[in-house]
Design a protein around this ligand. Structure first.
Ligand code: ATP
Length: 291
């Protein structure tokens, strides 16, 4: 995960709000180091209710870079599929997310949601409908309440408290108006991550992306939050980006990415029988760590 676009990711519903606030907006772009595409097409399509995601020969280079960060990727999910994207650090996993949310302009090849090119949607609409929790989360707004309302401005206190509880932060229910500190630094990494998860619960979007979403949580909290997210994700299209190969048989498909290329894809059962990168990652992790 690159710090350069992370701060942007957990705030899909909030672009307007942030842009209205010049200071936050400037900081956003400074941190982001990107110019997210925010211009809607003339006749944007409504976001599909049952979104399938498909990439075909998708390639992408970061502006000014001669390297193809993504090189001819093809994969697809059916509506409601839960897929995992795994692979070594720097393989390009998070870049796929950034393209889906149009933080970068049109890549080469084809990237569709519900059969329509992502360029056919209003970028704000895309970000409202794709909820994302990434490894690191910036909290822009000042209080817990404001940070949560970014995900659903009309939410009641009761809904905010339920979302906090679902994210393992019930003890924050009485602290909705507490200041989160500059850039949210007063909260621990795990707490910030759980605020992002509470936002995801509130946003209740048809597509969920978990980019190392539980990486900062302790074992017990991780288990609880993972269960919450699995329940929330039932019937939704979910993409999980992870280094750690845990409970992999829950995914409909696993995409194995290495140096910008898909080197394998299929079910856990199929991949584990192969002799490729997935099998090596699996064996490495399961001989070094208890499962
Ligand atoms: P990790 O598992 O470490 O999070 P990843 O598989 O998610 O890695 P990406 O974050 O997608 O990998 O990065 C893929 C490549 O793209 C890396 O070489 C990275 O340096 C490069 N990259 C990522 N973001 C940017 C950016 N904003 N500008 C230029 N290059 C970038």
């Amino acid at each position: 995960v690159m710090a350069s676009f992370e701060p942007f990711l957990p705030l899909p519903a909030s672009l307007k709000h942030l842009e209205a606030d010049t200071h936050a907006g400037e900081r956003l772009f400074e941190i982001l180091d990107a110019k997210p595409e925010t211009i809607a097409p003339a006749a944007p399509l409504p976001f599909p209710k049952d979104p399938a995601i498909r990439a075909e020969n998708l390639s992408f280079s970061y502006p000014g870079s001669p390297v193809k960060t993504l090189d001819s990727l093809s994969f697809e999910t059916l509506p409601g599929d839960h897929i995992a994207i795994v692979g070594p650090s720097g393989a390009g996993k998070s870049t796929i997310t950034a393209l889906l949310m149009r933080f970068w302009n049109t890549p080469e090849g084809c990237l569709t949601i519900g059969g329509a090119d992502i360029g056919r949607f209003d970028p704000e609409e895309l970000r409202r409908n794709i909820a994302l929790v990434s490894q690191r989360t910036y909290l822009f707004a000042q209080t817990i309440r404001e940070n949560l309302l970014l995900a659903r401005p009309e939410a009641t206190d009761d809904e905010l408290k339920k979302a906090l509880a679902a994210a393992g932060l019930a003890r924050f229910s009485s602290k909705l108006d507490e200041w989160t500190g500059q850039h949210g630094m007063k909260l621990s990494g795990g707490e910030r991550q759980r605020i992002a998860i509470a936002r995801m619960v509130l946003q209740n979007a048809p597509v969920m992306i978990l980019d190392e979403a539980t990486a900062n949580l302790d074992g017990v909290t991780e288990k609880e939050v993972t269960e919450t997210l699995a329940a929330l994700g039932a019937g939704k299209t979910m993409i999980t980006i992870t280094h750690r190969l845990k409970a992999m048989d829950q995914y409909d498909a696993i995409v194995v990415l290495d140096k910008g290329k898909i080197v394998e894809q299929g079910s856990h059962e199929k991949l584990i029988q192969g002799n490729g990168l997935y099998r090596r990652m699996w064996e490495l992790q399961h001989t070094m760590e208890p499962v």
